[in-house]
Write a protein that binds this ligand. Sequence first.
Ligand code: KG4
Ligand code: ZN
Length: 391
Amino acid sequence: MHILSIETSCDETALSIIRAEGDFPHATYTILGDALFSQIDIHREFGGVFPAVAKREHIATIVPMLEKALTQAALPSTPSILASEACETLQTFLLREPGVADRLIELHKAVGRPAIDLIAVTSGPGLEPALWVGVNTAKALGYLWDITVVGVDHMEGHILASIFNKNTLAPLTFPALSLLVSGGHTEFILMNDWSQYQKIGGTRDDAVGEAFDKVARLIGLPYPGGPEISRLAFEARERGLPAYATLPHPMLKSGDLDFSFSGLKTAVRYAIAEKILADDEKKAIARDFEDAAITVLLAKTKTAIEQYNIKSFILGGGVSANTPLRAAVAALAHSRDYPDLDVYLPERSLSTDNSIMIALVGHAHFARALSATTFAETIRANGNQTLANHS
Ligand code: KG4
Ligand code: ZN
């Protein structure tokens, strides 16, 4: 089957077309088309992502990205004439996304109806105005092509992205544990089987990616701060710069699987006070912060692995692009302490937001016999969706 997937939860407008052969989770996947427009340069001017700006950019780029993915995939298509009534219905699906219906109608006239069998769209979590652009476009396309649309969870996407290797999903041994670390999330998700998710811990305030971004802003680095902090931290380690500050390890000994990163960010703010930092001081504080964050993430990970007798550990989400975190987590695999532990990290290109992961979740939904809530009419964007309450 051919799946079109759409991701617009934050600042990437991403669409892909994937061929799935076989049943989830044993299928072989071929990426036929993959188009991604990153809004980072636009948001950098504002120092962060504003939902209304993200929405505007998704509206402007979603159909061009669809066209790009379709061109790459070069699927067979059948010509189809659109009745004026159908055009009106398309406009009603996209009332709040001016111009999108017109562009879809133009595209349909040019390319006809492509051989796509299923549409998967991120319904949450994320920025609601941004999510709605993807959801409404998916509904309109589902109507236009007369195919099923499933709303999928972005965080489930990050989990599957991490175990996706070239064209198959890794054969997980359960219980499996995911640590999801992104701009909006820091949480432990336990899986006792495929498609079963239970949250067993998470941040009580800021997500770790958010802390990277805020600390970056404190020391004058551009958005998104994660990669910038990491680059400076790398130089500090290379050159053996002395510590700038002794930072706390929040909740290290709290005995549970929860995190708190806002205190760490505040500690950085106090350490800097109002000082103008020299370049080497910025590098040192970036390293001190990154070390503290990774220390806590790793310690809690070990506690969770032991407590739940974990067989497979998965790191996912944007912060999993972080090199020292990847190294620390990779070292757990088949180590002296965890001889039987398999560890999975996403390919770097799949660690930040993308639509390939959304297609994988769409295929999983298809295997779950498409519960009634996944049909097009009922899909709603939900900024606060959680894996546990999404089925
Ligand atoms: O998953 P993602 O692309 O979007 C969300 O769903 O939030 O994650 C983005 C987050 C940002 O906070 C960004 O600063 C962080 O991931 N990030 C990193 C790195 N690359 C991206 N954090 C630390 N080190 C990195 N190399
Ligand atoms: Zn994400």
